[in-house]
Design a protein around this ligand. Structure first.
Ligand SMILES: Cc1ncc(COP(=O)(O)O)c(C=O)c1O
Length: 397
């Protein structure tokens, strides 16, 4: 039966990571996969995470199954991070949270839930968006559309075009919004623009699905939730897909959450009962370890402070690499203005490199960048790889 199977193409981003691993060039530089690297080029385990793991190892008494929606403490902490303490949503018990395997797991559970109960809704994604978005919703059987996002120069938000295309989305459809640190562009709406987006979503009766994979990587934990909190108006419904892969460095532990905000506590409980069904037929119940780590860190004031400091250090390092990149390129290729990179947020930016330049970077200089816009992972830059990397980019321009 399997002899006739066609070979599937490698994943556009993870496939590059595999090619990077196999590249024998000792000077190779990986700016493709979305993983944070420290100054030494390592993806560290945070000290707050290590301490939480030590405590869990000592106190853990059972490996019994979790409930379908996972750890209750974790769900509470996730909601606190999203909306802040004592938010109307929490007081009214309008939100329910299910622990999921990573942000991807949460997107897939959301997709299955939407497909089952709102099969005629189309999911509208920004153009461009994270490559997996479209694939996840289509795999669940939903139609996917796109709305305008990036400007013609590829350096900023074309807000007028974005609003114009969202205006055309039919009532009851789903609009996927990146809460912060838009992947792949690094371009986010301003707080004033978020307000206009929330007004439009309200007026047009659209369902926002907020993908929150980088809380704390933009301007801060609270600042990065500005758009989400604007959407979370009294009585309004929304879905939030959280990932703690990046801000806790828990990539391999698969820690995420799906939060459904309904109009009332009763509707929220009914939504959760349906989300449980989607989970049960998918992976039954979530893995414990990563979510226990997050709940332990967030539930202990000292550990939480330590984590916030570590998160601030990651964010500051990325920002300093943006500044250094712009300064270095200014020296090496003054004819091209890269200053927009400094205005963007999070791990990624669209460099504007053409597919030919991206290919040449890989084949001639072993510098790995994602094609179709030249997405670069700024968090893969270090003070020591900056000069050779910028020299390679200057050479292919
Ligand atoms: C925008 C966005 N959403 C979701 C995810 C999924 O995160 P996870 O690795 O937790 O599945 C990513 C990961 O790169 C992402 O960039």
């Amino acid at each position: 039966m399997f002899d006739l199977l066609p070979m599937a193409p490698p994943d556009s981003i993870l496939g590059l990571g595999e090619a990077f691993k196999k590249d024998p060039n000792p000077k190779k530089i990986n700016l493709s996969v979305g993983v944070y690297k420290d100054e030494q080029g390592q993806t560290p385990i945070l000290a707050s995470v290590k301490e939480a793991e030590r405590r869990i190892l000592e106190s853990e008494k059972s490996k019994g199954y979790l409930s379908i929606e996972g750890l209750a403490d974790y769900g509470r902490e996730v909601q606190n991070l999203l909306f802040g303490a004592d938010h109307e949503i929490a007081v009214a018990k309008r939100a329910v949270t299910a622990q999921t395997p990573g942000g991807t797991g949460s997107l897939r559970v959301a997709a299955d839930f939407l497909r089952k109960h709102f099969a005629n809704s189309t999911v509208w994604c920004s153009k461009p968006t994270w490559a997996n978005h479209q694939a996840i919703f289509q795999a669940a059987g939903l139609a996917v559309g796109s709305y305008a996002y990036i400007d013609a120069a590829g350096q900023g938000l074309d807000f007028a075009a974005m609003m114009e295309s969202l205006e055309k989305v039919p009532a009851g459809d789903v609009v996927l919004l990146h809460a912060c640190c838009h992947n792949p562009t690094g371009i986010d709406p301003t707080p004033e623009q978020w307000k206009e987006i929330a007004d439009l979503v309200d007026r047009r009766k659209l369902l926002p699905l907020v993908d929150f994979a980088y809380q704390g990587f933009g301007d801060g934990l609270t600042e990065d939730a500005t758009g989400l909190r604007e959407l979370a108006r009294p009585g309004r419904e929304l879905l939030v897909c959280s990932s703690f892969s990046k801000n806790f460095g828990l990539y391999s532990e698969r820690v995420g959450a799906l939060t459904v905000v309904a109009g009332s506590a009763d509707a929220a409980e009914r939504a959760l009962s349906q989300v449980r069904i989607s989970i049960r037929v998918n992976y039954s119940n979530p893995p414990q370890h990563g979510a226990a780590v997050v709940a332990t860190v967030l539930g202990d004031p000292a550990l939480r402070q330590q984590w916030e400091d570590e998160l601030t250090a990651m964010r500051s390092r990325i920002k300093s690499m943006r500044t250094l990149f712009v300064a270095t390129m200014k020296k090496l290729a003054p004819q091209k203005d890269f200053s927009f990179i400094e205005r963007q947020r999070g791990m990624f930016s669209f460099s504007g490199l053409t597919n030919m330049q991206v290919d040449e970077l890989r084949t001639k200089y072993a510098v790995y960048v994602v094609g179709n816009g030249g997405r670069i992972n700024v968090a893969g830059m270090t003070p020591s790889n900056m000069a050779p990397m910028c020299e390679a980019i200057a050479a292919v321009l």
